[in-house]
Design a protein around this ligand. Structure first.
Ligand code: KG4
Ligand code: ZN
Length: 413
């Protein structure tokens, strides 16, 4: 089955096409990436220090058709025609669907009337969680393509995508090595060519989801069944990285910047400094809180007028160590409480090298199998939506177009 997926929940406009077969129950899932393109709005939002939903929406409108074109071209599915085969009725319906997205409609009309329908079986689109204006653009785009090409649409939960992409492996890697720690620290599995699969998963499994909007511990007793057993009470982990980076005058998104400085502090073996309390480390529940830590760092920064590069490196390291210690402690707690067999880590912050190494080391010491995404797949992309979309489409979980609505705070259930 060929799935075309669309992701616009935050500041990345992404489209991918996969060709997949098999099921997770039978452990015979196989897929190939036919096309995978992404346009990031990061540079634009960096000027303002964060993502503005209305600006993100406008950029998605501009970028969707070029990103779709790129993806179809990679897949060898971009064929031009001289004359459109779409009826007036179909074109009217598309215009109505994109009535709030004039610029997108104009571009899509040109595209649809000059290209042949691609060989796709279903469209997957993120409908939440995320920024609602941004999500709506992707949803309306998916609906318009569904009308044009007469394809079913499967709505996908963005966080399910983050979980499933962490399980992705190169097929030869899985066959040749049944090893305990399956992650690669930096490169991870490549999907540039060749077949990909996902490993059979031992349950109960625990998913740690750490991104710009989420910090959650999710219990999975079976495939596609989720129970959130712990979450942040205030800032998400990625948000904490971004806010602390902003306090330190580092550009958005701050996660990779803090990570870089902290790494320098480790390489240079700088003495530890600016000791912070590990928040909620002794609480009996599985919840997190990062806003107190952020306030403490703000006070620290304001207490000193000049910060040398060395001091910045030390501060970044202390922040990264603090949040990592907290996350590892909570994971440890959850693993013991629920008799966890496998640990899955997903979301943008799972690109963080120190966090990855710490979780791998914990998993190794406990004999726990851990799945981390390839660093390049950790942040938002459309491939993760295609994988989740395939599993839902394979179970015929399609939705009526009029019932697909953006849900900013969509939970995982
Ligand atoms: O999953 P994602 O791409 O978007 C959301 O769904 O939120 O996550 C983005 C977040 C940002 O807060 C960014 O600073 C953080 O992931 N991030 C990192 C790293 N790379 C991205 N945080 C820490 N270390 C990194 N290397
Ligand atoms: Zn995300």
């Amino acid at each position: 089955m060929k799935i075309l997926s669309i992701e616009t929940s935050c500041d990345e406009t992404a489209v991918s096409i996969i060709d997949a077969t098999g099921t997770y129950e039978a452990s015979d899932f196989l897929m190939q990436v036919l096309g995978n393109a992404l346009m990031s709005q990061m540079a634009l939002h960096a000027q303002y220090g964060g993502v503005f939903p209305i600006m993100a929406k406008r950029e998605h409108q501009k970028n969707l058709v070029p990103v779709l074109t790129d993806t179809l071209s990679q897949a060898g599915m971009l064929t031009t025609i001289d004359e459109s085969t779409l009826s007036k009725d179909t074109l009217d319906k598309i215009q109505y669907t994109l009535k709030m997205e004039g610029e997108l409609y104009a571009q899509l009309l040109v595209f649809l009337t000059s290209h042949i329908e691609p060989d796709i079986d279903a469209i997957a689109v993120t409908y939440g969680p995320g920024l609602e204006p941004a999500l709506w653009v992707g949803i309306c785009f998916a609906k318009a393509l569904s009308i044009a090409w007469d394809l079913p649409v499967v709505p996908v939960n963005h966080m399910e995508g983050h979980i499933l992409i962490s399980l992705l492996r190169n097929e030869d890697e899985v066959i040749s090595q049944k090893f305990l720690v399956l992650s690669k620290d930096t490169s991870g599995p490549t999907h540039d060519s060749g077949l990909m699969t996902i490993d059979s998963l031992a349950f109960p499994s625990l998913a740690l989801l750490v991104s710009g909007g989420h910090t959650e511990l999710v219990l999975m007793k079976d495939w596609m069944h989720y129970e959130v057993v712990g979450q942040t009470r205030d800032d998400a982990l990625g948000e904490a990285f971004d806010k602390v980076a902003r306090l330190m005058d580092l550009p958005y998104p701050g996660g990779p910047q803090i990570s870089r400085l902290a790494e320098e502090a480790r390489v240079e073996e700088l003495p530890s400094a600016y000791k912070q309390t590990r928040p909620m480390i002794h609480s009996k529940d599985l919840d997190f809180s990062f806003s107190g830590l952020k306030s403490s760092i703000r006070r620290l920064i304001e207490s000193q007028t000049v910060w040398t590069q060395t001091q910045k490196q030390q501060l970044a390291r202390e922040f990264e160590d603090t949040v990592t210690d907290t996350v590892v402690a909570k994971v440890k707690h959850a693993v013991a409480e629920y008799g966890i067999q496998t640990l899955i880590v997903g979301g943008g912050v799972s690109a963080n090298k120190h966090l990855r190494l710490s979780l791998e080391s914990f998993a190794h010491d406990t004999g726990l199998q851990v799945y981390l995404p390839a660093a390049k797949d950790a942040t938002d992309n459309a491939l993760m939506i295609a994988i989740a979309g395939y599993f839902r489409a394979e179970k015929k979980q399609f939705a009526e177009l009029e019932n697909i609505r953006a849900k900013g705070t969509l939970p995982l259930i």
